[in-house]
Design a protein. Structure first.
Length: 236
């Protein structure tokens, strides 16, 4: 059974969503405010959290921060269209994805199952990446076996999704990688037309590996298509 914690302060919404998710085979627990969500999380760690941005007592952004201090459990932010920018902030503090109300249940469930599938693979040592592979370009060394990034021989911490994204870009260095390909191979579901999840993670990666993130030389944007990790192999 997959245990999902739904955090939202609209009773009618959470009731309807809980019924729908239970029909899809999920076990659902609901909370209506931030402090209660943290207490529930500490009591029983869920397999996935659906977290509304606007909550009484504690914002969804702050709840996400607290969850990230405790666990790498997948978090999907849920937001109204007017709060979309807050969901992007949620990605910056560690959320895995976000959906905007109103949404189709089929889309939500697809995203939930995708992040759960990725989480399962990442927990299975050696399954997500080929053991022993090291990508090295332009002073960036990514060790897939040790799950470690070094830039100019200095260790740089990466969140899980950042690591997966960089690995996929470096695996395809010198080639343009489309947004569709990134969504399918890094996030694990078909491209749904929203690029903000990708763009936020690219911005975070650039801040960690580029000399000047405002003028990136390693991860280039190919407008209207996607991104390319530039081949700049340096002597070892």
């Amino acid at each position: 059974m997959t245990y999902v914690l739904v955090v939202d302060d609209e009773p009618a919404f959470t009731e309807a969503l809980s019924i729908s998710l239970e029909r899809e085979g999920f076990v659902v627990r609901t909370e209506s405010d931030g402090p209660a969500a943290i207490a529930s999380f500490d009591e029983q760690v869920p397999d996935l959290v659906l977290l509304d941005v606007m909550l009484p007592g504690m914002s969804g952004i702050d709840v996400c921060r607290e969850i990230r201090k405790r666990s790498a459990v997948p978090v999907i932010m849920v937001t109204a269209k007017s709060e979309e920018i807050d969901a992007v902030v949620g990605l910056e503090v560690g959320a895995d994805d976000y959906v905007t109300k109103p949404y189709r249940l089929k889309e939500l469930v697809a995203r939930m199952r995708a992040v759960l599938r990725r989480q399962s693979k990442d927990e299975d040592a050696g399954e997500a990446f080929e053991v022993g592979v090291v990508f090295a370009e332009g002073g960036v060394h990514l060790d897939l076996n040790r799950h470690e990034l070094r830039v100019d021989n200095k260790f740089v911490p990466l969140a899980l999704k950042e690591f997966e994204l960089l690995a996929y870009l470096m695996e395809n260095s010198g080639r343009v990688v489309t947004r569709e390909s990134l969504m399918q191979n890094v996030w694990g579901y078909d491209y749904l037309g929203d690029t903000k999840t990708i763009d936020v993670h690219i911005k975070r990666l650039r801040s960690k590996i580029e000399v000047d993130p405002s003028e990136p030389s390693l991860i280039s944007t190919v407008r209207g298509v996607g991104y390319r990790f530039e081949r700049k192999q340096t002597a070892e």
